[in-house]
Design a protein around this ligand. Structure first.
Ligand SMILES: O=P(O)(O)O[C@H]1[C@H](O)[C@@H](O)[C@H](O)[C@@H](O)[C@@H]1O
Ligand SMILES: [Mg+2]
Length: 281
């Protein structure tokens, strides 16, 4: 039987690389704007790269063949609803703050979901020039090398990634740093954060770290990373230990359940609105 999504997967890899090159060209004149807060940055490059990705996909597969969830389209009012229809979930520049500051971790993240299941994901880590990718049931790769999560089961010998996000409300910041302090003092070997969720997920998938968790990320930040972590042998859970929900804005990705459950014990949960919550009137 013909493989329905191989062509889309191959095309997504090419589009991700092209998007990375357009992002690089945007470095020369970065026009910074803000979204949900003064520290939630977006640039004209984010918007331009997303437009080019979406138009390339529409040109290749047909104007109305697929649905799209793009970070910057949603920011401008497009709906963020994951239906059973084939849907591209796109973060054109993951690590925008890094991009603005020249901090060397920026990624293009493109995922493709059918029946609400991610079929494949591509994360192009631009500055490293590394293409992380995975298709459901077919393994995870960095460029063309297979990747595998860490086999570490001892939390005391693990590195854990967390991010503080863009919400600066005191009650949330207190919970974020209290959680980080409790995890650090388990103790673990270290806490890290690249500033881009997609890259963090790839660091779990390659075994460079044992886990990455965050409350407040969006589906576009992690959709590609989800399938890359799973196909590298990792697991995804909700921050309360329940089943992972792509639209919930809460996520624990880890190399195994032992590590995941150990850090979940320390996470101080705070409420965040779902990605697919009805738009406020
Ligand atoms: O750089 P973007 O696409 O906005 O995504 C990042 C988000 O802004 C941060 O708040 C999160 O902590 C990161 O994990 C996201 O990658
Ligand atoms: Mg982004």
């Amino acid at each position: 039987m013909e493989d329905p999504w191989q062509k889309a997967y191959d095309f997504a890899v090419a589009v991700a690389r092209k998007a990375g090159e357009i992002r690089k060209a945007g470095e020369s004149e970065i026009r910074v704007m803000t979204k949900s807060s003064t520290v939630d940055l977006v640039t004209k490059t984010d918007e331009r790269v997303e437009k080019i990705i979406i138009s390339s996909l529409k040109e290749e597969f047909g104007e109305d063949a697929h649905c799209f969830i793009g970070e910057e389209s949603v920011a401008k009012g497009e709906p963020c609803v994951l239906s059973d229809k084939p849907t591209w979930i796109i973060d054109p520049v993951d690590g925008t703050t890094n991009f603005v500051h020249g901090f060397p971790f920026v990624a293009v993240s493109i995922a493709f979901a059918v029946n609400k299941e991610v079929e494949f994901g591509v994360v192009y880590s631009c500055l490293e020039d590394k293409m992380y990718k995975a298709r459901k049931g077919k393994g995870a790769f960095c460029d063309d090398e297979p990747i595998q999560v860490s086999d570490m089961k001892d939390i005391n010998k693990s590195i854990i990634i967390s991010e503080h996000g863009t919400d600066r409300s005191p009650e949330k910041v207190t919970k974020i740093f209290s959680t980080m302090q409790k995890i650090l003092c388990i103790p673990v070997h270290g806490l890290r954060g690249s500033g881009t969720a997609a890259t963090n997920m790839c660091l779990v998938a390659t075994g460079a770290v044992e886990a990455f968790f965050e409350i407040g990320i969006h589906c576009w930040d992690i959709a590609a990373g989800v399938i890359i972590v799973k196909e590298a042998g990792g697991i995804l859970l909700d921050v309360d230990g329940g089943p992972f929900d792509l639209m919930s804005r809460r996520m624990v990705s880890a190399n195994n359940e032992l590590i995941a459950k150990r850090i979940i014990k320390e996470i101080e949960i705070f409420p965040v609105g779902r990605d697919d919550a009805p738009a406020e009137k």
